[in-house]
Ligand binder design. Structure first.
Ligand code: ADP
Ligand code: ADP
Ligand code: MG
Length: 500
């Protein structure tokens, strides 16, 4: 395969910035594309060349296959990096790249198509001997079948969109009486979100962990796994904080999951970087969930502990290089945690909070990495995902990573819009989180606890925070003695600052 000299990045925001950085380090020219509302965006400023795509609406810009292909040809890019979201898992887009002789930095269109439907990938995984969650292997055809299969699986169960992604089209059904209406709702949501109403059933695993394995597979049959990511901190089936290693997984389970993930991917001729997601029950039985055929939002935590640049690995595989390391050479060090900082108001049910960033101060210091897509003065558009930045902390131990992340979250100042920063301070202060003891149900419970805020007197809160600060100085920073209050209070102050 030929050496890549120029890459068009068919994405925006933090992930476009992330890819630009590695392109630069590799001596590859990065090309940005942007919609009308992203003219001033960071990824446009950082790229060597940048081309307009048109109106803000994704269908007219970042999802417009033919426009992007035409631009790649015009600027003579050898390759396209899709980031995540948008066209990253669109097999038709991959096929168009293949037809035009443009290298797509990701898996070939064949495996991509197969993984696009959860029912098909479940069938393939079962054939490959991978344990799958009990449930149906085909979409449900009619109401009669719906009831028959639900009885066989038992309640509670999950209705899932076969074409689903991003936590959409999932519906929990606890009792038989709820089944029919939930089914119709799920089907119409799936139709609206993915243009495909197909729904299938899965047994609902109670108090599960979402654990995923990062894999890399080159074109010569070499494959490795780069450890796991604990992604059970979820809100409405969407991850908001991830860590590696998982406090729940032991070495033996990790090795088994890793080997199965690599074998599963090889069985369908998968290439490049990918993530195999598993649901793990309380007895550490694991079941295949899906393959994310792309770079994952949470990839930086794996980079922090392995020292491997996953974007570089993706580009190298795409330009035909064999993997430069063996499984034995991958030795993760320490602990890494990421939180997704979103333009959402955690005090108002995570309502999107687009708008102009009036002031921005980003954290730094030991062990901190901030993968951000924003700059001061930039207006966060309403049209796209609300992710502003991913704040990642690395420490030799889990405690050190948490202390650094807390410290960095407190340094972070984003004024003009609401962000989820105060919510993370609350999570990082919770005894169950500190103990590493949480499942996908954690946030549901946390949100039912009394919310830290409104109605309280700002002056009193400030005074309490100052007192707590001096108390904490007396005690010193220690996780074995969670101090709780100062951090919660800082969250409240942040809340008020955001409002003023
Ligand atoms: P990850 O495990 O990487 O977080 P997600 O499933 O949450 O994976 O999706 C990653 C990104 O892609 C998110 O920004 C999400 O909004 C977006 N996304 C996921 N599925 C779709 C889809 N079908 N169409 C458009 N965007 C999607
Ligand atoms: P998406 O494509 O939207 O990411 P997934 O199938 O990966 O959908 O599931 C998203 C999340 O939903 C999982 O991380 C997990 O928290 C929950 N989930 C999915 N399937 C099950 C299941 N069978 N039992 C319990 N929870 C599940
Ligand atoms: Mg998933």
């Amino acid at each position: 395969m030929k050496k890549i000299k120029k890459i068009l990045i068919a994405n925006r925001g933090e992930i476009a910035v992330r890819v630009i950085r590695t392109c630069r380090e590799m001596g590859i020219t990065p090309v940005a594309v942007y919609s009308e509302v992203d003219r001033q965006a960071l990824h446009v400023r950082l790229a060597e060349e940048a081309y307009p795509l048109g109106k803000a609406l994704p269908a007219e810009s970042y999802l417009n296959i033919e426009k992007i292909i035409a631009l790649a040809k015009k600027c003579q890019a050898d390759a396209i990096h899709p980031g995540y979201g948008f066209l990253a898992e669109n097999h038709q887009f991959v096929r168009r790249c293949e037809e035009e002789g443009i290298i797509f930095i990701g898996p070939p269109s064949g495996p991509m198509e197969l993984l696009g439907l959860k029912t098909i990938s479940r069938q393939k995984m079962r054939e490959a001997g991978v344990p799958i969650i009990p449930g149906t292997l085909e979409p449900v055809k009619n109401e009669k079948e719906l009831f028959e299969q639900a009885e066989m699986i038992g309640f509670p169960l999950l209705l899932k969109a076969s074409a689903g992604g991003g936590g959409k089209g999932l519906r929990l059904v606890r009792k038989r009486e709820e089944l029919l209406s939930a089914f119709h709702l799920a089907a119409s949501e799936a139709e609206a979100s993915f243009g495909d109403p197909a729904i299938y059933l899965e047994k609902y695993i109670d108090e599960p962990h979402h654990i995923e394995i990062q894999i890399l597979i080159d074109n010569y049959g070499n494959g490795v796994y780069l450890g796991e990511r604990e992604c059970s901190m979820q809100r409405r089936y969407q991850k908001i904080l991830e860590e590696t290693p998982s406090p729940f997984i032991d070495d033996e389970t990790r090795r088994k999951m890793g080997e199965i993930a690599v074998a599963a991917a090889k069985s369908i001729n998968y290439r490049n970087a990918g993530t195999v997601e598993f649901i793990v029950d309380r007895n550490k039985n694991f079941y295949f969930l899906e393959v994310n055929a792309r770079l994952q939002v949470e990839h930086p935590i794996t980079e922090m502990v392995t020292g491997i640049d996953l974007v570089r690995a993706q580009i190298d595989i795409a330009q035909g290089k064999p993997l430069p390391f063996t499984q034995e050479e991958i030795r993760p060090q320490g602990w890494a945690i990421e939180c997704r900082i979103m333009a959402e108001d955690p005090f108002q049910d995570f309502l999107p909070s687009p708008g102009k960033i009036l002031y921005l101060h980003r954290p730094g210091g030991p062990g901190i990495r901030d993968d951000s897509g924003i700059i001061e003065g930039y207006t966060v558009p309403i049209e796209y995902d609300a992710l502003l930045s991913k704040l990642i902390a690395w420490g030799r131990t889990r405690e050190e990573a948490i202390l650094r992340l807390r410290r960095a979250l407190q340094e972070y100042q984003i004024y003009g819009i609401k962000t989820t920063i105060p919510f993370f301070l609350r999570i990082l202060d919770h005894p169950d989180f500190l103990a590493g003891n949480y499942t996908t149900h954690f946030l549901e419970r946390l949100e039912k606890e009394p919310p830290a805020v409104p109605g309280e007197d700002l002056v009193a809160i400030m005074a309490a925070a100052v007192k707590a600060y001096y108390d904490s100085k007396k005690q010193g920073a220690s996780l074995s003695k969670p101090r709780g209050n100062p951090w919660k209070l800082m969250g409240r102050i942040e809340f008020f600052k955001n409002r003023l």
